[in-house]
Design a protein around this ligand. Structure first.
Ligand SMILES: Cc1cc2nc3c(=O)[nH]c(=O)nc-3n(C[C@H](O)[C@H](O)[C@H](O)COP(=O)(O)OP(=O)(O)OC[C@H]3O[C@@H](n4cnc5c(N)ncnc54)[C@H](O)[C@@H]3O)c2cc1C
Length: 315
């Protein structure tokens, strides 16, 4: 891991920097590149503009800090229930993406499952989808258990899997009989090398292999040989997407078998270009007051972004 990335991941964990940044109007302004605003209304408005432009899909996530009690978890559920209502009345095709810890996974896995089920049920009724984000590796077992419980009752429910984790191919095989709905991402947390590949090239190779396995499951589902699966590549790495697309053709897998999901404000022109080429694309829009840790992780993914922040801070 590069020094810039390690320093930024350490900065993400700092409470002092968090307090400073979230109170600074200048830094708050700089976040606008990746986050249209702190309120759901700002996020919905930005989403509406994207849908009007090219009919892409949308996902919404409210950024949140660690919970201290289950009352806060119920408030998170209420927030997303209200958001699903807002999406429905606005006629917007949005899905929601939620961190299990925001629904109380640390405090009570059973209560977390109840709250997640309420969201999955409401999402299903609204023709939307509940996605479970994957957090650091200490949560993977509990998140997979939660996913299996939900998937049984709400088949559209989705789960993020992280290609950098050595265990992910086995986790996908565990889910394969269910017809998994998976967003494959590279992985955003600082993990020890026993758990995750330290080298980016290994993560990229694993991403390609897991993506192709996922596409085999999609193909089996379409042929009626397995339950229906859904494959999402959650990445801005278009070279990698191109390589996967080439291999999909070589292997005779469905070329329209995957969607690409990217974050708001990152590679925006490429998102629009892919969409204009007929690729299914969705943009994940984050909002909320607790943006600090999330934002610094985005900077860590591309330390050159720090210069972008410095420039917008000075300019
Ligand atoms: C829709 C979506 C959902 C996600 N959900 C999760 C999750 O649940 N759990 C999890 O651990 N991680 C999640 N992530 C984050 C993910 O794990 C990666 O950290 C992140 O996507 C960066 O990796 P990359 O695949 O874009 O590839 P990289 O190899 O990091 O980047 C490829 C190229 O994209 C561009 N790029 C990438 N990031 C940035 C950036 N921040 N700013 C500007 N340019 C950039 C750069 O040009 C870079 O060369 C999610 C990402 C997306 C897109």
């Amino acid at each position: 891991m590069g020094l810039g990335r390690s320093l930024l991941l350490a900065a993400a964990a700092s409470d002092g920097l968090n307090r400073f940044a979230t109170r600074s109007p200048v830094i708050r302004r700089a976040t606008r590149a990746f986050m249209p605003g702190e309120t759901p209304e700002a996020a919905l408005e930005a989403g509406r503009r994207l849908v009007e432009r090219d009919g892409r899909g949308l996902l919404f996530t409210r950024l949140g800090e660690a919970l201290t009690n289950l009352h806060e978890a119920a408030q998170v559920r209420d927030h997303y229930l209200a958001l699903l209502n807002q999406l429905e009345s606005a006629g917007l095709p949005g899905e929601i993406s939620v961190k299990p810890t925001q629904l109380g996974l640390d405090q009570s896995p059973a209560r977390c499952a109840e709250l997640a089920a309420e969201l999955a049920e409401r999402a299903q009724a609204a023709g939307s989808t509940l996605w479970l984000d994957m957090e650091d590796s200490s949560y993977v077992d509990r998140t997979l258990d939660l996913y299996e419980t939900l998937k049984d009752r709400y088949p559209g429910t989705g789960l993020a899997l992280q290609a950098y984790l050595r265990r992910t191919p086995a986790d996908l095989e565990r889910l394969a009989p269910l017809g998994p709905v998976v967003r494959l991402v590279k992985g955003a947390y600082a993990e020890p090398s026993e758990v995750a590949f330290p080298k980016k090239s290994d993560t990229d190779r694993a991403f390609r292999e897991v993506a192709l396995r996922l596409l085999e499951l999609v193909a089996d589902g379409r042929k009626g040989r397995a339950p229906t699966s859904r494959a999402v590549l959650g990445t801005h790495d278009l070279l990698l997407v191109g390589r996967i697309q080439a291999e999909v053709r070589e292997r005779g897998l469905p070329t329209d078998g995957f969607e690409v999901h990217m974050l708001y404000g990152i590679r925006s022109e490429q998102q629009a270009r892919l969409r204009s080429e007929g690729q299914a694309v969705s943009t994940l829009i984050s909002y909320g007051r607790d943006w600090y840790r999330w934002y610094v992780r985005r900077l860590a993914e591309r330390p050159a972004n720090v210069w972008f922040v410095v420039k917008s801070t000075l300019g």
